[in-house]
Each structure stands twice: as structure tokens, then as C-alpha cells.
Write a protein that binds this ligand. Structure first.
Ligand SMILES: Nc1ncnc2c1ncn2[C@@H]1O[C@H](COP(=O)(O)OP(=O)(O)OP(=O)(O)O)[C@@H](O)[C@H]1O
Ligand SMILES: O=c1[nH]c(=O)c2[nH+]cn([C@@H]3O[C@H](COP(=O)(O)O)[C@@H](O)[C@H]3O)c2[nH]1
Ligand SMILES: NC(=O)CC[C@H](N)C(=O)O
Ligand SMILES: [Mg+2]
Length: 511
């Protein structure tokens, strides 16, 4: 099938994922790939358009990320953004130097006639973030936009379909920025935008049927959004050849094991096996304090449980996981070039020797896209809009060594916290909320007596995809109620703190 694909080539920019999202919002499928891909690898993917991202380097420095000049000769339209624009100029014989003035933030811009700026006000506002600038354009190009401090804010070679913008069309602060991207896709790449939730579902079902045939498949089911959507999708494709396995590793929230089991049995008509494996997980975590090591142990133990338990139900060839795009990106990306933020248990935390071939139908989707697929598949809203819960569970929310005692404390505190958010009607507005138990004790006074007990950290995040996020402003009176209840009701806790850092620079989970 001649699928419409756009490749976003990563030069290390902060907004790369945003570019990908904007393209997908135009119903065009796109993937972010590292700049280390060879021209042949790129050609093999048969993209209909290419976008170069921004990046922190300067093109004239030694070892600055680059790409072969051949990319401009493939006959595929290219849009360079910021660093990507400068790289286009640099590679094709223009010049790039450090600018006299850096431009940062909202900037007035003047657009000239161009297919890229079709239907957009000429006098406009864009968002800039650069120190370097294009000083001379390459042969065959013309200047198509300027600002007070940047005479070459956009350039193009119409004949060769090469376009470059110094500003960032992908961020909301650029008025009509999304329109610039749409113009590139529609007017320049001639794309129709046929990638929809429905087409994704149809293609996935076809792919899974073809791949699996009549072999047996196991689905790692957590009861969370991603694996539930993955399970329903695979079930649609292969029916009862699918068995779902839910592992209770003892690191679940209060009552969660029973809840997942009953929701799943009541809602779906699928085979479900629950495995209680608390002891083996806690045994392996004994004495382990390093977060990455904890993640890897949990990731491996999951697989070992699946291997052992699946033998009891016959020969299983495939394992379905609800891995999504951010899991892959944060674990270092598909080619391992991005930096490893943390090893998600289901990606970077996987052992190397696995008895199954892994199928991950949602591997390229962002969370909000997964939710749309879930709704289209008819999964109840309550499940689709559940807060995400990481596979390693409380194992990475009890900071440092995981013990039974600490797990019990955290479960109670987390339960109270989420209960109060629900009562205040905030749970649906917040993207994800949870408590953590740092490995710290502090001094307090209760009933006139000194205490030396644990503290609880509270986290609440607003986000759309978990890639970035801001801390949610919970009203003080709600926080107060939560704090009083936790300290009064949870033994061995004498202090509650609220996490007021966004992502970045923090991550959502503390480990
Ligand atoms: N307790 C579990 N039992 C079986 N599989 C699990 C368990 N926890 C996680 N997994 C597997 O790991 C994958 C990744 O977990 P993750 O928490 O990111 O997704 P999810 O639980 O499906 O959705 P959500 O992000 O909404 O919690 C899951 O999709 C699932 O395949
Ligand atoms: O299944 C998962 N396995 C993991 O190992 C894992 N680590 C983080 N998360 C979840 O991913 C989102 C982003 O989290 P971070 O900002 O902490 O990386 C948040 O929603 C986190 O809860 C995980 N999910
Ligand atoms: N945001 C960017 O892509 C910056 C590109 C380049 N490093 C500059 O400062 O101009
Ligand atoms: Mg989960």
C-alpha cells in the first residue's frame, strides 16, 4: 500500500515530538528518526515529505549533526526548521554565522508570497529561538520572510521543493504556525491526509492477522489504558487465540488487583488469567536501591512470569504489550541514539533472551492517540480516561529499597490522596496523580511527643501525552485536607510535601 509517510529527522531539538504531533493532527502519519539514518534507509521508507528539526548545535562547528547532501536530490520535499533551516543553507552552499542579535520568543515577522505561507496574514507573529542565522542563501533559493533582526527568516527553492524557516511553526506561540505545516503537507507534498483512527485500526487488524495466522498469542494486560486498547485490538483480529495475562506483582495500588480482574471480566469477553507473583518480585528487589536496576529487574521478572505461566496453557508464540511511543522515546529511541531518560520496563528494561516474539500495535502512538483508538473500539470511557500507571508500579514510587512496610504506607497514603481528588472533582482534570514515599525520615511532633517518621510526596500533572507536563495547581484547601488525612490516618508518616516541578526539568515519576 502506498502509505503517506512523512519523516521528521531529529537534530536534537526540544520540540521534535511537537512537530510529529502537528503532522499527525493533519491526518498524515509520521515518524521521528535519528539523523544517523543513511540515505538508503530513508529511501526505503518511501517518505512523501521530510522535515528537519531544530537542535542546540551550530552547523559550522566540528561534529555538528548533519546529513548527506543527497537528501536534497531525492525529489522529496524538505522543510528545515531552525537548525534544520540553517543546515539546509550550510549544505547547499549558503552561509550560516553567529547572529549579531539573538532572537528568542515572540517576534514580528513579514511573510512574502509563498505556497508555504498560503492563506496566512503577511504581517504576523512567530516564535524564534536562535543565535545563529543564515547570512547568504544557496543558489536557486529566494528569501520568503524577514524580521527586524533576521533578514532571512525563511527561504525556498520552489523548483526543488526545498523550504526552510528560521522560526518554529510547531509551537503554539507562532500564529498560524500549524497552517504553515499544513501548507507544507498539503500544498507542497500533495498529501491527502488519510491517516485516521479508523484507518489505523483497520490496518493494524490486517497486519496482526497476517503476522499471527492461527498461532496463539499472550497479551500482557495491566488493566491500564494502553494494554487494554492493545488487547481489544488484537482480540478483534484473532479472537480466542488471544489470552490476556495480568500479573499482580505486589506493586499495585490499594485494591487494584481485584478491581482490574473484575472490571475486565465484566466488560470484556476475553480469556484472562491473573497471576499472583508478589513474593518473587519483592525477593528480587531486596536490597536494590538504584532506580534503573529496579526497572530492569521488574522488566525481566515480568517476562519470566509470562514465560513460565504461558507454558501451562500450551505453546505461545507471541507476546502483545501495550507499549506506546513515549515509552520508546524515553528508553532511548528505536535506534538507541536519543539519551536514555529512564528504561521503561517494557522497552529498555526488557531482557535480551525472550521466548516470544513481541507485538506492539501501539508502539508508534502517543497517549491521546491511543485513547482515541480505544474510544473508536468501543472501550468504556472510564477505562480510557484512567490515569496512567507505570508497569513497575509502586516499585519506582517507593524510592530506594522496596519493602513490605514501605509499600503498605505508600498504598494507604496514595489511596487517601486519590480519594480526596475524586471527592473534589479534580481527578478527571488532572492527567496523572500519585503519592511517592522518599527514603527519608523527618522529625515531627504529635500529641506533644517527638516523632521521627516518613514523609509523603504528592504529584499531580497536567499533560496531554506525558512527554511534557506542568504541575497541577490543586487548591490549598484540598491539599490541606489531604495532608491532614494522610498524617492522621497513615501510621509512620508525619509530613506531606507537594511537588511543584514541571517536566522538563523533572520527570513525572520520581525514579
Ligand atoms: N501488572 C501487569 N501485568 C501484565 N502486564 C503489564 C502489567 N503492567 C504493565 N504491563 C505491560 O506493560 C505495558 C506498559 O505498561 P504501561 O503502564 O505503560 O501501560 P498500560 O498499563 O497498558 O497503560 P497505562 O499507561 O494507562 O497505565 C502494558 O501495556 C502491559 O503490556
Ligand atoms: O509502563 C510504564 N513503564 C515504565 O517503566 C514507566 N516509567 C514511567 N512511566 C509512565 O510514563 C509517563 C512519563 O513518565 P516519566 O516522566 O516519569 O518518564 C508517566 O505517565 C509515567 O507514569 C512508565 N510506564
Ligand atoms: N533552536 C535551534 O534550532 C537553534 C539552532 C542554532 N543552534 C541557533 O542557535 O541558531
Ligand atoms: Mg500501566
Amino acid at each position: 500500500m502506498d502509505k503517506e509517510l512523512v519523516l521528521v529527522i531529529d537534530f536534537g531539538g526540544q520540540y521534535n515530538q511537537l512537530i510529529a504531533r502537528r503532522v499527525r493532527e493533519c491526518n498524515v502519519y509520521c515518524e521521528v528518526i535519528p539523523n544517523s539514518y543513511s540515505i538508503d534507509e530513508i529511501k526505503n521508507k518511501n517518505p512523501k515529505g521530510i522535515i528537519f528539526t531544530g537542535g542546540p548545535s551550530s552547523v559550522y562547528e566540528e561534529n555538528a549533526p548533519t546529513i548527506s547532501k543527497e537528501i536534497f536530490e531525492l525529489g522529496i520535499p524538505v522543510l528545515g526548521i531552525c537548525y534544520g533551516a540553517q543546515l539546509t543553507a550550510h549544505l547547499l552552499g549558503g552561509s550560516v554565522k553567529k547572529g549579531d542579535k539573538r532572537e528568542y520568543g515572540k517576534t514580528k515577522i513579514h511573510y512574502k508570497d509563498s505556497m508555504l505561507f498560503y492563506g496566512i496574514e503577511k504581517e504576523n507573529i512567530c516564535w524564534m529561538s536562535h543565535t545563529d542565522a543564515i547570512y547568504e542563501i544557496p543558489e536557486g533559493f529566494e528569501i520568503t520572510a524577514y524580521t527586524d533582526d533576521c533578514p532571512i527568516a525563511a527561504m525556498e527553492n520552489k523548483e526543488k521543493n526545498l523550504y526552510a524557516v528560521q522560526f518554529h511553526p510547531e509551537v503554539e506561540h507562532t500564529n498560524d504556525g500549524f497552517k504553515v505545516i499544513e501548507n507544507f503537507l498539503v500544498n507542497i507534498c500533495n498529501l491527502k491526509g488519510t491517516w485516521t483512527t479508523k484507518s489505523f485500526i483497520d490496518e493494524s487488524i490486517e497486519y496482526i492477522r497476517k503476522k499471527v495466522g492461527d498461532k496463539k498469542v499472550l497479551c500482557a494486560l495491566s488493566g491500564g489504558v494502553d494494554s487494554s486498547v492493545a488487547a481489544v485490538l488484537v482480540h478483534k483480529a484473532i479472537g480466542d487465540n488471544l489470552t490476556c495475562m495480568f500479573v499482580d506483582h505486589g506493586l499495585l495500588r490499594k485494591n487494584e488487583g481485584d478491581e482490574v480482574e473484575s472490571i475486565f471480566k465484566d466488560t470484556f469477553n476475553m480469556n484472562l488469567i491473573r497471576i499472583n507473583a508478589k513474593d518473587r518480585f519483592l525477593d528480587r528487589l531486596k536490597g536494590v536501591v538504584d532506580p534503573e536496576q529496579k526497572r530492569k529487574i521488574i522488566g525481566e521478572e515480568f517476562i519470566r512470569v509470562f514465560e513460565e505461566e504461558s507454558k501451562k496453557i500450551g505453546k505461545i508464540d507471541y507476546l502483545v504489550q501495550g507499549t506506546i511511543y513515549p515509552d520508546v522515546i524515553e528508553s532511548g529511541g528505536d535506534k538507541g541514539t536519543a539519551s536514555v531518560i529512564k528504561s521503561h520496563h517494557n522497552v529498555g528494561g526488557l531482557p535480551e533472551d525472550i521466548d516470544f516474539e513481541i507485538i506492539e500495535p501501539l508502539r508508534k502512538l502517543f497517549k491521546d492517540e491511543v485513547r482515541k483508538v480505544g474510544l473508536e473500539l468501543g472501550i468504556p470511557k472510564d477505562l480510557i480516561f484512567r490515569h496512567p500507571f507505570p508497569g513497575p508500579g509502586l516499585g519506582i514510587r517507593v524510592l530506594g529499597e522496596v519493602t513490605d512496610e514501605k509499600l503498605e504506607i505508600l498504598k494507604e497514603a496514595d489511596y487517601i490522596y486519590r480519594q480526596e481528588l475524586k471527592k473534589a472533582g479534580l481527578d478527571k482534570e488532572i492527567w496523572q496523580a500519585f503519592a511517592v514515599l522518599p527514603d527519608v525520615k523527618t522529625v515531627g511532633v504529635m500529641g506533644d511527643e517527638r516523632t521521627y517518621s516518613y514523609l509523603i510526596g504528592l504529584r499531580a500533572i497536567s499533560s496531554s501525552d506525558g512527554m511534557t507536563g506542568d504541575w497541577y495547581r490543586i487548591p490549598y484547601d484540598v491539599l490541606e485536607k489531604i495532608s491532614i488525612r494522610i498524617v492522621n490516618e497513615v501510621p509512620n508518616v508525619n509530613r506531606v510535601v507537594y511537588d511543584i516541578t514541571s517536566k522538563p526539568p523533572s520527570t513525572i515519576e520520581w525514579e
